[in-house]
Write a protein that binds this ligand. Structure first.
Ligand SMILES: *Cc1c(COP(=O)(O)O)cnc(C)c1O
Length: 366
């Protein structure tokens, strides 16, 4: 039997997610050295020490199944955001929640509107369910909400808005988003991916929580992978109207989040000091990087997130390789259709300086 006839329709045609290079991977090629990874928007300050302590304490208990719904964390999140617990669902990363959303809402042949480029997991999740991704080009590196609205028809089920957008770091304005929502049919669910929401500086940012309180057809995605520095543990959550969140519980694994992740997330949430320090470090790093990039005559998209989309004005495949030789890992823009761009995470000042020094060396010799 041909394998195509065994799988569900279209499964073999799905393009798999291409992640940033891991330290383990580049080590094989370039040997052991001190690596600075600026490829996946992790928090280079590391996790909260309180999260690490919580994991140590929990470790002897890992022979026991975790608590399925993550009750302690769920309560803590509901309290923090002043919403009902029924509006919160936790899983093993926002990535998994995106898949759960597609599982719960996308029928075969239905359409899912998203930006181009944006976070590619939206495409994968849609295609896994036999849905059709409808991609709408960014305008000035930002979601073109009017053009997205024009793509909505009877078959549209979901619209993903990555805010701030990965890889460009831009946000939609409060005014534009409100106008967009008011014109949208209630047959369509808006997914606001706020993985980088904590880093936003713009005062005119539409905070997803405000729309939940209005009981709009909106699901907000957040994660412990970015500002909270727990990417390796895999834990994220979705917030939304009770009836929408209930649908996600219908497709949820019984025990998606392990014990260590649950206790670490609670501890991280309670360590506001570490989160604030992490955000301030990103602000300081961004100012420094903007100044240095200006000096180098390189343009970039001003960012509301913990990364910067930089235009190197030539194919970044070479710059990527040259930076690897200097021990710095960035994310070349080709996967997003911007071959002269790269996305660079804002790290600690020492990381940012190392990147700039390596870049200066490369640009001088090239
Ligand atoms: C990193 C990221 C996520 C995924 O977060 P996890 O919780 O680590 O799965 C979701 N959306 C966007 C836009 C991201 O960049």
């Amino acid at each position: 039997m041909k394998i195509e006839r065994l799988t569900r329709k279209g499964i073999l045609k799905i393009e798999s997610y291409i992640p940033g290079k891991s330290i383990e991977e580049v080590q094989k090629e370039f040997g052991a050295k001190k690596w600075t990874k600026l490829a996946s928007n992790e928090n280079l300050l590391g996790p909260s020490p309180k999260a690490v302590a919580a994991i140590r304490k929990e470790l002897p208990k890992i022979y026991l199944y975790p608590e399925g719904p993550c009750t302690v964390l769920r309560k803590a999140l509901a309290k923090k955001f002043a919403i009902s617990e029924k509006m919160v669902v936790i899983s093993n990363g926002a990535d998994n929640l995106i898949l759960m959303i597609a599982n719960a809402f996308v029928n075969e042949g239905e359409e899912v509107v998203m930006a181009d480029p944006t976070f590619s997991v939206y495409t994968n999740a849609t295609q896994i369910m036999g849905g059709k991704p409808i991609k709408v080009k960014l305008k000035d590196f930002t979601h073109d909400l009017d053009a997205m609205l024009k793509k909505v028809n009877r078959r549209t089920k979901l619209i993903f808005i990555c805010n701030p957008n990965n890889p460009t770091g831009t946000t939609v304005s409060l005014e534009a988003f409100d106008s967009f929502l008011s014109r949208l049919s209630d047959r369509v669910i808006v997914i606001l991916d706020e993985a980088y929401g904590d880093f936003v500086e713009d005062a005119f940012y539409p905070n997803g929580l405000d729309y939940l309180r209005e009981k709009r057809q909106v699901i907000v995605l957040r994660t412990f992978s970015k500002v909270y520095g727990l990417a390796g543990l895999r834990i994220g959550f979705a917030l939304g109207r009770e009836d929408l969140i209930e649908c996600l519980y219908q497709v949820r694994d019984p025990f998606p989040v392990h014990r260590l992740a649950q206790v670490a997330a609670v501890a991280a949430l309670n360590d506001e000091g570490h989160a604030i320090k992490s955000i301030q470090s990103v602000y300081e790093g961004k100012r420094y990087l903007y100044k240095e990039l200006d000096r180098l005559g390189l343009s970039y998209v001003p960012s509301q997130a913990n990364f910067i989309f930089i235009d190197f004005e030539k194919d970044t495949a070479e710059i990527f390789q040259a930076l690897l030789r200097e021990g710095v890992i960035i994310r070349p823009g080709k996967v997003w259709g911007y071959p002269t761009f790269a996305r660079v995470t804002v790290g600690r000042m020492e990381d940012n300086r190392r990147f700039i020094q390596a870049l200066k060396k490369i640009l001088k010799s090239g």
